[in-house]
Design a protein around this ligand. Sequence first.
Ligand SMILES: [Cu+2]
Length: 150
Amino acid sequence: MRARAWLCVAALPVVALTGACGGGEDSSEPASAAESKAAEHVTVLKITDTSTPGNWSWDKKRLTAKAGKVTLVFHNPSDLGHNVRIQTGEKCCFGRDSKDLGGTQVIGGLSNDANKTARATLELKPGRYWFLCAIPGHWQAGQRGSLVVN
Ligand SMILES: [Cu+2]
């Protein structure tokens, strides 16, 4: 027990100092050495399209992330193309003060069946954001949600 703890400190000094070596921090995070060594925190947000005819939706309405790198993993098994974009602004979406900060390309649909998952990594500061499908009509129909970065 004691030897193992010592080894842990020796192998991963940065991680040990932040308290993650004992595995008691966030149990939802994978604790592999490669990922723990990264100085910057990366939040992975998974969003899946759950649309049915006449009802366009995602499996998430609210997301939270830690400030820093935020990776969107968007899965779209539907017959229609969609994307996930991150916007700023008082209200969702495309308001006067809205700004597109990035996101995935359009994926899915019948035309490109092989490409059903897209990823995008953004650098986000603490604040409130929106995630939405930027295709006209889609975010109005329900493909949108709020993202809080702490
Ligand atoms: Cu869409």
